[in-house]
Design a protein. Sequence first.
Length: 340
Amino acid sequence: MPQQGFSPVTRLRYLAGRARRIDVGSVVERAREASAQHGKSLPLVVADMLFQAGVKNVGFQDYIDYDFAILTPAERATYMTHPVSNQISQKYDHPDYRGLFQDKVEFDRKFSEFLRRDWMVVDADNADELRAFTERLGTVVTKEPVGQAGTGVHRYYAAEVEDWSAFHRGLLERGEILVEEVIRQHDDLAAVCPGTVNTTRVTAFFDGEKTHILAMAQKFGRGAVSDQMTFGGFYTMLDENGHALGAGYDSHGHVHERHPDSGVRIADFQLPMIDEVKAFVDQVARVVPQVQYVGWDIVVGPDGPVLVEGNWGAGVYENKPSVTGIRTGHKPRYQAAIGF
């Protein structure tokens, strides 16, 4: 694929937006964290963070999460960062089709054959249908159509509903109009955390002919309705064969050699059905070819992969050197597939 640069206008707009929103206190606090952890001078870390953000396309949280304070320039150059990911999204995810990924109801309609679970949309006239749906399944997950990082996701048990009219009315009032069957996960995932559906984030790029898998991260929850970090979740990177590259970690400084609840050693984790997962990603990537760069959230079920959602703003999951000992990232894979 020929080398293609990103629009300088897009980059300038992004930097201008970042400059307007910069929280100096937050930057210093992050720098203090890196300084203490790695034994580096605080003023030098602050200066380095600002330089990396302004010149090298490195987000402040990227700098902390991926231990840039201890990496050489050559090692840093191998890491994907959120500003670069944003530029890829802006260039390769057509604005006219992003709504299919932003609206969870529209997403379920478009990708219905890959969901492999029952779902319904709550409206003013289907209270009886909602009750029958919830009682049949026993437990349901509700979602607000637009949300991110697990916000707007809730779990309800039919046995705990005392007033079905109030339950229906409450969902409408709160905007929790998408109701889904709870996904059943593979025993290998349930062994780590049975109380949360543990998703695999597969970041992929569809070039019009081939689907390139750029990075895979396995997320684990703590028993809540979501495995996102806002619910106490964490992740570990997976290699091309679906094996964990090390312990789990998050953006809050927590490291988990073992899952805090089950005691399972994270570095021993092997994603089941990895070949089926790769084939599944290739299938879903072709449904909306106008959105080429997507972070797919998938759950491996007993019978194969199940689609949770697709994120056109893919975000970034990367290795953490202080945890895994791996001092290189996935950026070369992105560059080879996308051409930048």
